[in-house]
Design a protein around this ligand. Structure first.
Ligand SMILES: CC(C)(COP(=O)(O)OP(=O)(O)OC[C@H]1O[C@@H](n2cnc3c(N)ncnc32)[C@H](O)[C@@H]1OP(=O)(O)O)[C@@H](O)C(=O)NCCC(=O)NCCS
Length: 301
């Protein structure tokens, strides 16, 4: 066991453990719909060939228009995009957090555009998308449906770290760290966006983020402090907390916002770029500065 794993209180085999909800596909249920094939087989065949004829006709006129406006280059570019999209769809069907799923994801991203352009991968299947370069060194990660986990995102569990739970359609755009330890946990509600470079570090107290919350690049959330009593080295003092961090639904945090422990940011509040939030911010407020102060009320309040 490495020194790193020992510090985290984890066994090596625990490093990538999956708690993946995989509800049955709605598409499959649609195919099971009673009466779907109640028509006479001949009539059905006629309808099918007619619909194929219409599709081919539409495809032909589509490509003819591209040919006339962009020439052969345009047609080849479109054709390449279609092939890439078929390739992605095929491999994403098998994507997941087990070994085979990771290989399938690696194949899916081959030749695909980078970074946010891969967000649509997560919309293809309920099991979502976890980038091949993401690391899950955590035994209690719960992902909702259509969750997007971008490049180099790290889930890290230190000793006694609690759960990390991301709701449906949460997007995490890359280089983000989710870390829990000493009973801390992280919850993010459906539809929230965590942009590149954010850090969510929960020790002693939870970090609870609501639904449809926007967190711009490099936001940082720490639900704990180091003890700072005079006369003792800080590295030897126990961690302390003023309580959980709570961000209510529809809030928006600008670039580089820092949120300290024991703070609640109200529903629909806006926090300006670079603010350090040390006190509660009311619903619908716009707050800026360090320490952040409510500077005016938004129309939503
Ligand atoms: C907070 C914010 C939304 C306010 O926007 P706004 O209503 O257009 O505000 P204004 O630009 O008119 O600025 C009004 C005043 O607030 C000050 N101010 C604005 N943003 C500030 C900030 N982040 N920190 C400190 N002061 C700020 C301005 O200097 C100005 O002060 P003044 O009246 O003394 O000149 C905006 O400034 C901001 O910080 N946006 C975040 C951008 C971001 O992170 N984008 C990422 C997208 S994901």
């Amino acid at each position: 066991m490495s020194e790193f794993q020992e510090a985290a209180g984890l066994q090596p085999q625990q490093s990538v453990t999956q708690h993946f909800s995989r509800p049955s596909s709605t598409k499959w249920q649609g195919r099971m719909c009673p009466g779907a094939f109640s028509e006479e087989p001949d009539m059905l065949l006629n309808k099918l060939s007619f619909s194929w004829f219409l599709r081919l006709q539409r495809l032909w006129s589509h490509y003819w228009t591209i040919w006339r406006s962009d020439g052969m280059e345009g047609v080849l570019w479109r054709a390449k995009n279609i092939l890439v999209s078929i390739w992605v769809r095929f491999w994403m069907r098998f994507a997941g957090l087990n070994r085979c799923g990771r290989i399938a994801t690696r194949l899916a991203v081959w030749g695909a555009p980078p970074y946010r352009a891969r967000r649509y991968f997560a919309s293809l299947y309920p099991h979502g998308y976890v980038a091949p370069s993401a690391t899950i060194y955590h035994t209690d990660v719960r992902l909702g449906e259509h969750v997007f986990i971008g490049d180099r995102v790290v889930f890290f569990q230190a000793a006694h770290g609690g759960r990390v739970e991301l709701g449906d359609r949460v997007s995490v755009f890359g280089d983000v760290i989710f870390e829990t330890g000493q009973g801390g946990s992280i919850t993010i509600g459906a539809g929230s966006r965590v942009h590149r470079g954010c850090n969510l570090i929960a020790y002693l107290a939870p970090i609870q983020i609501g639904c449809d919350v926007g967190m711009a690049q490099n936001c940082t959330f720490h639900s704990y402090n180091h003890g700072i009593a005079p006369g003792e080295p800080i590295s030897q003092q126990p961690l302390q907390t003023k309580g959980p961090i709570v961000i209510d639904d529809h809030a928006w945090l600008g670039i580089g916002v820092i949120v300290l422990s024991g703070v609640r940011i109200g529903k629909g509040a806006v926090i300006g770029a670079g603010a350090v939030v040390t006190n509660d911010i009311p619903d619908g407020a716009i707050a800026v500065g360090s320490p952040a102060y409510s500077w005016r009320r938004s129309a939503a309040s």
